[in-house]
Design a binder for this molecule. Structure first.
Ligand code: ADP
Length: 311
């Protein structure tokens, strides 16, 4: 009887034990799951807070940027207006100076022819050379004003390239002779045609050669040569003058820039640092290229410009 009662009783106890173990393990698992869930929620919330903060900062930056860009556009408008005023002022001054200058030069030449006095003649020559210098500055300033206003137009036509150089060489040769610089020209055989503004390209040519003469001491040489390179015709002007520091061979093409490493103040005073920047503009308008190289100060320089040729 006791044995009969013991078997179901022990089975019942075993089942109860299983039930308790199952409940406890279920409870432990669910509390672990809840812990993990809470942790993930916390992480998500932190990220959300950070995103909200970043969004706030982004909005603030956007507003700052908008304010800055509207200030910039106002400054740009102001700059444009000032630039226009400067160009107008420049062309007015240039126009009003040119006419009296021409009459000073004309009358000085007349007086120089009539006067017999040595001193008077010397004074009048000095007036004439000063008016020439001023005239040169005025034409450079006129070109600069036109470049800045986008009005420097090239009047292109087909011409013989060497004829352009040959036209201006006699005047340049007189300059070289006065300075005591030997001028060597390696002629370009006839037949190279260029479609361009002959007057403007001869201005570039004269600028390079006159600079070479200016920066070369008496007794030394300036050589002019020409080279056909593919579809381009290149003009090279090589001098044995004061040379250029390597850091300045590009800067000298900026407007109003005069080489700082060159010590000769007298030479600097003879110019305004405009010729090369104007020459660069002209060459670029012909889809060409201009540049300079020098082995260093005191070792001479070579300037070149190249433009496309037709034949
Ligand atoms: P500038 O009227 O002063 O000569 P440019 O624009 O023609 O103006 O030349 C700018 C500067 O480049 C000159 O002031 C000079 O310092 C330098 N430069 C030009 N040509 C030569 C050269 N052949 N040799 C040495 N330096 C030169």
């Amino acid at each position: 009887m006791l044995v009969i009662a013991f078997i179901p009783l022990s089975l019942l106890l075993l089942a109860a034990g299983f039930l308790v173990v199952a409940h406890v393990s279920g409870f432990v698992q669910s509390s672990r799951y809840n812990q993990r869930q809470n942790f993930s929620n916390m992480v998500i919330q932190r990220y959300m807070e950070r995103i909200a903060l970043a969004q706030g900062q982004l909005y603030q930056r956007k507003q700052e940027l908008e304010a800055m860009s509207s200030k910039l556009s106002l400054s740009n408008q102001e700059l444009g207006r000032l630039n226009e005023m400067k160009s107008k002022f420049l062309s007015m001054v240039v126009h009003d100076v040119r006419t009296p200058l021409a009459s000073i030069r004309g009358f000085s030449e007349l007086l120089a022819k009539r006067t017999g006095g040595v001193k008077e003649t010397a004074y009048l020559k000095s007036i004439i050379s000063s008016t020439d210098q001023l005239g040169h500055l005025i034409s450079d300033l006129t070109d600069l004003a036109m470049i800045e206003a986008g009005k420097l137009k090239m009047e292109k036509a087909t011409f013989e390239f060497y004829a352009m150089a040959a036209d201006v060489l006699p005047g340049i040769a007189i300059n070289a002779q006065k300075k005591g610089v030997e001028l060597l020209v390696y002629e370009l055989p006839a037949g190279t045609l260029v479609d361009g503004d002959k007057f403007r390209l001869s201005q570039v040519f004269m600028n390079l050669v006159n600079n070479a003469i200016k920066f070369t001491p008496s007794g030394k040489k300036v050589e002019i040569s020409f080279r056909r390179e593919g579809r381009y015709i290149t003009t090279l002007v090589r001098d044995a003058g004061i040379g250029i520091h390597p850091s300045e061979t590009r800067k000298i093409f900026e407007k109003f820039y005069q080489a700082k490493y060159q010590k000769d103040q007298k030479l600097r005073k003879l110019g305004w640092g405009l010729g090369l920047s104007i020459a660069q503009e002209i060459v670029r308008s012909h889809d060409g290229e201009i540049g300079a190289s020098s082995p260093g100060l005191g070792k001479g320089s070579t300037f070149y410009f190249k433009v496309p040729a037709l034949s």
